[in-house]
Design a protein around this ligand. Structure first.
Ligand SMILES: [Fe+2]
Ligand SMILES: [Fe+2]
Length: 203
């Protein structure tokens, strides 16, 4: 299937920006934001571990993802430290509607390579969305320390996003990755819209 122009244009970009109100909400409920963020980092680490376990035979993937596990766990610890420092509590992990909806879009059948490509693209998407939100926080939060804190996360997650796309392209034809990436972007925009209409808290 040829990739249309629109998809090409958006190949690396999200279709829908985060609702601008989210930043104010974030500023008001720092404990919730940091708690959500902490679990995002945990999930990023465990997703990488699980990918390594399922793809032990793929050397490049194992080599590239092993340090990411350490990095994501380091991120978790930084967020935890920030909570403690401010006398805030790590809350309970909430149900993650966003990730659950993305999981529904992952191909269940197809070849093992297509399933792997989809897992990698979903992880790239989550990184891209985190990156976009951290950027917003790094620009709009009142606290200068936190703005800088989020800028560092933003840069790191941007690198992860690129890595997941590169890994997908290593195991799948580039054209197929691009086509599927465009489908993911479109699907994710719907998910975002749906969650916003329902007024769900996002991460
Ligand atoms: Fe991270
Ligand atoms: Fe990441």
């Amino acid at each position: 299937m040829p990739v249309n122009e629109e998809a090409q244009k958006n190949i690396l970009g999200l279709h829908l920006p985060t609702d601008p109100r989210w930043t104010d909400l974030a500023a008001m409920r720092l404990e919730d934001i940091l708690t959500d963020h902490a679990y995002c980092e945990q999930k990023a680490a465990t997703s990488c571990i699980s990918l390594i376990q399922k793809n032990a035979d793929k050397e490049a993937l194992v080599n590239e993802l092993s340090p990411i596990v350490t990095e994501e766990w380091g991120h978790f610890r930084l967020v935890l430290q920030e909570l403690r420092k401010r006398g805030l509590k790590l809350g309970r992990q909430r149900k993650d509607e966003y990730v659950n909806k993305l999981l529904q879009f992952q191909t269940k059948g197809d070849s093992a390579y297509k399933r792997l490509m989809d897992q990698l693209l979903m992880m790239a998407l989550i990184e891209a969305r985190s990156c976009e939100r951290f950027k917003r926080l790094s620009e709009d939060l009142n606290d200068a320390y936190l703005r800088n804190f989020y800028r560092r996360f933003m840069e790191s997650e941007a690198g992860h996003y690129a890595l997941f796309i590169q890994l997908a392209e290593l195991y799948m034809n580039k054209e197929k990755v691009r086509t599927r990436w465009a489908e993911w972007l479109q699907y994710e925009a719907h998910v975002m819209q749906e969650l916003e209409v329902r007024g769900d808290r996002m991460h």
